[in-house]
Design a protein around this ligand. Structure first.
Ligand SMILES: [Zn+2]
Length: 340
């Protein structure tokens, strides 16, 4: 099976009324953990690499890791997605490299820090959509800005998405998926108190979904930061401050109102850190790296399998045949904005 596109995977998720986890990966163990999870629960899956991940692993390693994953799990629709492209050229490079989906985050300027103006966001996103769709590649845009900093990316300011502007943005750019800012943040330190309807602007999701029923929404910064993982890390010598993530129940509410892609990065990091700390402590005389990385890989797998199941994607891997990029390009050519 070729790598799947975000557009097709999210179109199918919309038909089935579920969400798909988008898990960040930086190395072989994470890719293996995520893909094994998708195989175990028979779910489509999105693997995303940030610019930080590409520079850590190296572009060629990342590309071949995902190719290896697709060969190992031919029954699973796997999307290879660029997380937070900072400028059109970064997206074009990723498309050249074989990514089937890219995020053009024009909500910030190319420095990845300064909030941009709306006209800039429309212009850079539209340019990427034009080039990407010609090759069948999907595009995620972002409107509004999230709090927090992720891999050095983020303004630290929160600007919630305006639903009417979202309609105009999708109309002008033709994005396949839209990252919306509803009060979530990147990173492990999201909230100092358990977030409720007052903290997370879930009503914006409902409103945007009513206005844009065919645009797939993306929730960034949607790790749940399980207390159990934080406790295990701290019991094994870690020093994480107590914090709250996005409750899975809030994500499930979002899925009922058009959220189709849910970005989960921190939870994988926490699971790996807990496993590594515990194994290192438990086996002080061990020096075979496999003894440490095996439990870490297993921990990444468990968290991904749990989220894919909670988002409702489990059991849906075999629902459809994956379309190739040329087939997707043809669909876009028939309907220039969007492809459904
Ligand atoms: Zn993000």
């Amino acid at each position: 099976m070729p790598l799947a596109t975000l557009r097709q995977v999210l179109d199918e998720a919309a038909k089935g009324g579920y969400g798909v986890g988008a898990f960040n990966a930086n190395n072989m163990e994470q890719v293996q953990g995520i893909v094994t999870a998708a195989q175990e629960v028979s779910a489509p899956v999105i693997i995303q690499a940030s610019r930080g991940a590409l520079s850590y692993a190296g572009k060629n390693y990342m590309r071949h890791l995902i190719t290896a994953a697709a060969e190992t799990a031919p029954e699973i629709p796997i999307v290879l997605h660029l997380d937070h492209g900072d400028k059109p050229e970064t997206c074009f490079d990723a498309i050249e490299l074989g990514f089937t989906s890219v995020m053009m985050d024009g909500s910030l300027l190319a420095d990845g820090k300064t909030p941009s103006d709306y006209a800039y966001n429309v212009e850079v996103t539209r340019r990427v959509v034009e080039a990407a769709h010609a090759k069948g590649v999907s595009v995620e845009g972002e409107l509004g800005t999230l709090g927090g900093i992720e891999d050095g990316h983020g303004s630290g300011e929160v600007h919630l998405t305006d639903p009417d502007q979202a309609v105009d943005f999708v109309d002008k750019t033709g994005v396949d998926a839209l990252a919306v800012a509803i009060g979530t943040s990147h990173g492990a330190y999201k909230f100092t108190a358990k977030p409720t309807g007052d903290v997370l602007a879930m009503h914006l999701i409902e409103e945007i979904h009513q206005k844009l029923p065919d645009t797939h929404m993306v929730m960034h910064g949607s790790s749940s930061v399980p207390q159990e993982l934080v406790d295990r890390i701290n019991a094994a010598g870690g020093e994480l401050v107590s914090t709250f993530g996005v409750p899975v129940s809030e994500i499930q509410l979002g899925i009922r109102h058009g959220v189709r892609k849910i970005n989960v990065d921190t939870d994988g990091r926490l699971a790996i850190t807990a496993a590594l700390r515990e194994t290192l402590n438990a086996s002080p005389s061990e020096f075979d790296p496999r003894a440490f990385f095996k439990p870490a890989r297993e921990a990444q797998k468990q968290v991904a399998a749990e989220r894919l199941t909670q988002f409702g994607a489990a059991g849906h891997a075999g629902d459809y045949a994956v379309l190739s990029l040329p087939e997707m390009a043809e669909r876009y050519a028939r309907s220039p904005v969007g492809a459904s």
